[in-house]
Every structure is written in structure tokens, then in C-alpha cells.
Design a protein around this ligand. Sequence first.
Ligand code: COA
Length: 324
Amino acid sequence: MNSAILGTGSYVPNRVLTNADLERMVDTSDTWIVERTGIRERRLVEPGQACSDLALEAAQRALLAANVKAGDIDLILMATCTGDTPLPSTACLLQHRLGATRAAACDISAACCGFVYALSIADAYIKNGMRYVLVIGAEVMSSITDWTDRNTCVLFGDGAGAVVLGQGSSETGVLSTHLHANGRLSDMIHVPGGGSKEPASKDVLDNKRCFVKMKGNETFKIAVKSMEEAAQEAVRANGVTLDDVDMFIPHQANMRILNAVRQRLGFSQEKLMINLDKFGNTSAASIPLALDEAVLSQRIQKGHLVLLAAFGAGLTWASALVRW
Ligand SMILES: CC(C)(COP(=O)(O)OP(=O)(O)OC[C@H]1O[C@@H](n2cnc3c(N)ncnc32)[C@H](O)[C@@H]1OP(=O)(O)O)[C@@H](O)C(=O)NCCC(=O)NCCS
């Protein structure tokens, strides 16, 4: 038996930051951002709003869609690199706020691949007999963004997406997941300070070492290659072809990355799910946020073959093939 996605949900904060707003903050332009990234606006949390606040809304919507009660959840897996606090896990905060008293809970750290990694772990537990797993990708990327660095601040946004996984059939549900990592390239995208290596200090803050640093150009090339490979691996493993895929939902990093991967895989524009123009790169939240939009807009229908592919810091890359 496969595990099945019983319901999806998502949430973004109300505050909109447009490219015009960014023009007033750093030396950039709407034209540059749209041409180089495809992003037009992104959502940011209000002061005091944290990762668990976004996750709670997304999780409640997913539970409602799945018709599953919080008290019936066995496990909560929260994919995030921007949790409320270093300790305890944000999944535990969410467990309490949802009233999911029976659930075990922990965070999964795999950056932009976090949701697919968490989905893969959840899938293994369901296949092993567990009844319901809540999988969330939630990020407050604005909390680790240097708002004076035009190379990175135009890219990221805040948001959350969630799915409830339960028992499916042998034909539908999560057909396979594929996870990869290459720690040799860990400095391509990283936050150097604020952890045990360089604990939070005035020096870390003054030197902006608690914010994301990225080698954008090199990351771009590896992202295209890795997501293409992960997508190919998923279809190969299931004896289907790329033509059989109805909807491709890649991690929403950059429109040019998405289009390059789409072209390499031979997908039409209609098969590619894009919402990064509205939300930017929301890291672990990006795939479940796009998945929920595709479900709500009925672009995903029963029987469809849905391909998820992600890429991110670590470096990590991953894919999943799901029969809806
Ligand atoms: C970041 C990214 C948009 C930059 O686009 P690019 O085409 O690679 O641009 P480059 O880095 O080569 O920079 C080109 C020029 O634009 C400038 N530039 C960078 N950011 C800018 C901005 N926001 N506005 C205006 N100019 C900018 C650079 O300073 C550089 O100027 P120079 O030629 O005078 O040195 C692109 O590399 C990217 O998206 N990479 C992948 C990042 C990503 O998705 N990471 C997360 C993966 S999960």
C-alpha cells in the first residue's frame, strides 16, 4: 500500500513586499528582478509573527481538507530552517497549538528540500503501519535575509504549506521518493553565524553572519542539473515516461531555473506549476504552497501524475512522484 495525500493546506502572511518597495531599500529595479528571477512580490511576516504561526494556519487547512482531527495525528514533521527558536523544535510548538496530543513531533532541516525529505520520511512511516502524519514546510526567510544585500534580499519570502498523509491504495498516492545530498558544496548557500560554530554575538550581528550568503551564479547551474536529474530518476524508478506526468511542481527558486528545467524535461508551460511571481523563494514552504494552489485551482485532478522536484542548501536535491 502507498501512502496518500489526504488533504493540502497553505498560508501566507498578509504583508506584501513588491519590487517597487525593494527599489526604495537597495540599488535594484523591478525590471532587473523580473527579468532575472520572475519574482514580482513576496509576503513577509508582521513583527511578532513566527514560523509556527504560519504553520498553524496551513496545518489547520490541511486537516480540514483531509477530514482528519488533530487528535488523530501520529507524527508531525516540520520542514524548516527558520523555526521559532533553536530549542525546542517548532513541530512541538505546533503540536501543542493544534492539540495533537498523541503526535510525536520534530523538525527536519534540509533547506529548500525539507518538504520532500519530510514527505519521504512520512511515507516510510505510513508504509510501516502508521495512520496519519502531518507534513509541513514553513519558513520565515525574512528573518535570515540581509535586507541591505541586493544579491539575496530580492529572492526570498515567507509562507507555509502542509499535507496530511494517510493510508492509500496500491495504485494511488506517493509512488516513490528520491533524496540526495552533497555536503562538499555546503558553502554555496549558507548562514555562517548564529549556530554552535559562531554563536550569536554582537560580532556575528555586526558582520551580518546570521544572514543567508549565496553564490548565486554557481547555484543556478547546479540547481538546473540537479532538479532535472531528480525528476528523471523519479519517472525511471516507476517505469513511466515524462510524457505521462500531468503536473510538474518544482521548488520555486527562480523563473529562469524553472523554465530551464522544464525545457530540458520537455514539459509544456501548462504542465509547470509556478507561483513564485507572488511569493518568491519560500524554501521548504515552496512546494507545498504551490501544491495546495494547484489542488485548490483544480489543476490537479484525481488520477493525475504529479512530479515534485527540489533543490537547496546542503547541497540537497530530491524528488517525489505522486498518483493523485
Ligand atoms: C541570484 C541571481 C538572480 C542573480 O542573477 P545572475 O544572472 O546570476 O546575476 P549575477 O549574479 O551574474 O549578477 C549580474 C549583475 O547584477 C548585479 N545584481 C545582483 N543583484 C542585483 C539586484 N537585485 N538588482 C540589480 N542588480 C543586481 C550584480 O551585482 C552583477 O553586477 P556586475 O555585473 O556589475 O557585477 C541568480 O544567480 C539566481 O537566481 N541564482 C540561483 C539562486 C537560488 O535560487 N538560490 C536558492 C536555491 S534554493
